[in-house]
Design a binder for this molecule. Sequence first.
Ligand code: COA
Length: 436
Amino acid sequence: MNLPLEGIKVIDFTGVQAGPACTQLMAWFGADVLKVERLSGGDVTRRQLRDIPDVDALYFTQLNSNKKSLAVDTKTPEGKKIMEQLIREADVLVENFAPGAMDRMGFSWEHIQELNPTLIYGSVKGFNDQSPYSDLKVYENVAQCAGGAASTTGFWDGPPTVSAAALGDSNSGMHLAIGILTALIGRQKTGKGQKISVAMQDCVLNLCRVKLRDQLRLERVGYLEEYPQYPNGVFTDVVPRGGNAGGGGQPGWVLKCKGWEGDPNAYIYFTIQEQDWEQTCQALGKPEWITDPAYSTARARQPHIFEIFADIEKWLADKTKYEAIDKLRPYGVPCAPVLSMKEIAYDPALRASRTIVEVPHKQRGSYLTVGSPIKFSGFTPEITSSPLLGEHTGEVLAGLGYSPEQIARLREKKVLLKDGAADTHPEHNTLALASK
Ligand code: COA
């Protein structure tokens, strides 16, 4: 089957998570993605938090499926020439190096345009060019703090808190993918390439826009009625942390179920939807709440919303989270069990939908990963293995017209890595198996 991005050549000059997440998405949808990596260990995630000595870490395998790998020292004249040849033939180049690294390597945007004016160049940095922090290196949690997520996440009596979700990394990669696909469509009209820049701070903020909404509401009216601080607590002039409150105008909270004392995830998220209040009361066996003036409207309920949640927890006390959902479901209550990563990893439905997939791998046997969360009616993305470091070096160089003798010489000169050479440097096993 022809995949939508088949024929699109992508140079994946990325590392860690933000860039790799973007190019992995494009690879799933058919793009020919070539990961260009340094000789010494390649992408740092190959050896971060390894669970098997000298074998690519899950951090790498889960973000680099469906790609090829070329290990080349792009700082040598010969390596630079190879990179220039690749750029001339490519449709897209993606990088997320530290600020200035591409320029230092001799691949400024101006030079890239000279080499290939139709190339689409995607770049991730921590901060945008106008930021006073544009020269900083950035990782996930730095971006979450700078983008408004940390100051608005957690409980009011605790510190700013980062989310486990990769709001800075993978989210920025998804934004970049949207930008690249837009530029590819634009290029069909103009024939020209362009540079797409995304900053992790901006991408986090884009997901926190409802918190900016709340800042503006707070400045106008002085309080936020859907927050736990209303009406009895104190508001300052900044959006507070709201714990597990529902943010969209439907009050909600994480509620204990049977077994919560011993199971950290024996909880459900329970949402009170105004238009379904009557049904919700029926589900909870509290028909008297439907007409009681203290309960019958959202405004009346809000001052004692935590008493209501406490009453619902009494109803939940003899039900597991799954039993609770089964009882609430017929009444249309928006709710879900809090699922552990273990439950997710072995969830038959997530596997049936290929949102969780098992992928064969040359070193590991196989590995579990998150498949495409985007489902198409016309095709099903097939998730294939991540490449070993430099696995496709010979194939790629031959495609560029290099003879076997030339390739051997470049290997000798340490411009290229031996085909499929494993990284056996023990010092590269960062933080791996340290305490075993
Ligand atoms: N051959 C030779 N040199 C190579 C190479 C290759 N194939 N690939 C990379 N390098 C070099 C780079 O040119 C750079 O050299 P320089 O420092 O002399 O300019 C060096 O390797 C290291 O670059 P980088 O990968 O950026 O590593 P870092 O440890 O300095 O910084 C980050 C890591 C993630 C903090 C930084 O890349 C960053 O801030 N990126 C932007 C934001 C981002 O994406 N963050 C991570 C989100 S998951």
